[in-house]
Design a protein around this ligand. Structure first.
Ligand code: XMP
Length: 319
């Protein structure tokens, strides 16, 4: 009978049998799948697991610290955090094309991960958060977005280069099962039931060139939006919600002064499969509150818009 407890016991036994006394490497991204693999492997093989967490500086507010707190501090997992913000920002400098931005981020991500991996001794396995839908997706070898999505974290060349074997303990599970497993393994509910977040992170939510200034403004606005959604019990009623930074400026008056500031767009959608989506009918009063808070609290933003485009034609992300 399926129960998270049974699956855990079963997976632990299988992992132990599979890797024996070998050391295992895992790329932790902060996402649900890799987090659950991390928690599961830690329980199964303890110190034989080493995680590398590449922080590209395009995460949401506090997210990098939260990963470290959950895994390193609370669970005692060996996690190497690589602060690569500078490197990513430098590589992205002047780049405005969405696909090229994605490529730069994806390539550098793999590069940094591989550099760290190369410093480690005696690793025999690479663990990955592949889940059942990913397996299906790849089998059909379609070139749709979902396929591209996974390839972002997919350190494809590493297994051959370092002569690693693949350990994919979630290969037979669906997302909702992975989530239940995560909760059972003691991961924070908030982490396990979080909205999806794209691999390139805020890199595709800052339109055009990515700068530290834009990323900081976006993080502040995004945090306000998400905090209020949680506070108003709306977070779990939207499938994905986030702020987008528009590098255009508009005129505003605040106090006695005229301001010429950037714009934030809010996006919230409801969807089952993320292939089509409907914009969330968030209450006007709620949107009003969020817009006010963003304009008052984020210095540099003086206008907020709400995205009422469905998918199709508009994709969920703006880039
Ligand atoms: P779109 O914008 O195509 O997004 O409607 C559909 C879902 O996919 C996510 N997404 C990505 N995830 N890397 C990812 O890991 C990406 O490059 C990427 N682009 C979009 C998006 O957040 C949404 O959940």
């Amino acid at each position: 009978r399926w129960s998270p407890g049974n699956i855990i016991t079963d997976s632990i036994a299988r992992v132990r049998e599979q890797v024996g006394r070998d050391n295992v490497l895992l790329g932790l991204s902060g996402g649900v799948d890799s987090s659950v693999v991390g928690a599961l492997l830690h329980r199964a093989i303890g110190d034989q697991l080493t995680c590398v967490f590449v922080d590209h500086g395009l995460l949401r507010q506090g997210e990098g610290d939260q990963v470290m707190e959950t895994f390193a501090q609370h669970m005692g997992v060996r996690v190497i955090r690589v602060n690569a913000e500078e490197r990513f920002l430098t590589a992205l400098k002047g780049e405005v094309d969405p696909e090229r931005k994605r490529k730069i981020i994806g390539r550098l991500f793999v590069e940094v991960f591989e550099e760290e991996a190369a410093k480690l001794q005696g690793i025999r396995w690479l663990a990955q958060g592949t889940i059942y839908p990913d397996v299906i997706e790849s089998a059909g070898s379609r070139t749709g977005k979902a396929h591209v999505i996974k390839s972002h974290h997919n350190v494809g060349g590493l297994p051959e280069k370092m002569n690693l074997k693949l350990c994919e303990p979630l290969r037979e599970l669906f997302k909702d099962e992975v989530r239940k497993l995560g909760v059972e393994l003691g991961l924070p509910r908030e982490m396990v039931y979080r909205h999806p977040f794209p691999g390139p992170g805020l890199g595709v939510r800052i339109l055009g060139e990515v700068t530290k200034q834009y990323a900081d403004l976006l993080r502040k606005a995004d945090t306000i939006f998400l905090d209020e959604l949680r506070k108003h019990d709306l977070y779990d009623r939207t499938s994905q919600a986030f702020a987008v930074f528009l590098p255009v400026r508009s005129v505003a008056v605040m106090g006695d002064g005229r301001r010429y500031d950037y714009v934030i767009a809010l996006r919230a959608v409801e969807t089952i499969d993320f292939m089509t989506a409907r914009w969330s009918r968030l209450p006007y009063e709620f949107l009003d509150l969020v817009a006010r808070r963003i304009c008052n609290e984020v210095d540099g933003i003086s206008r907020v818009t709400y995205d009422i485009s469905g998918k199709p034609p508009a994709t969920i992300e703006w880039e």
